[in-house]
Design a protein around this ligand. Sequence first.
Ligand code: SF4
Length: 94
Amino acid sequence: MTSLPNVKKPCAQCPFRKDTLKGWLGSERMTEILEQQSFVCHKKQHLQCAGHMLINGDKNDFVRLAGRLNIELELTGKELVFDTQKECIEHHEF
Ligand code: SF4
């Protein structure tokens, strides 16, 4: 089966997780990251981040591309990430 180069589940250090360190990145940086059309994490070079796809859904280019190609991203762990961008940004506020 064809698959795309993406992380399948939010990693332990993922900044989009609800259990991530409060005040870690700051609200400005987190806003910037969330506004990006896709996100490749420095920890997982060349792999599209699971957390960004889960929180942004169809706003993430990679998710839309997979949909157009009819490729299943096999993402799990949606319950681990923030439900909304707003909650995530507030959590990261210094
Ligand atoms: S690739 Fe994404 S899911 Fe994995 S650690 Fe980095 S930010 Fe988190």
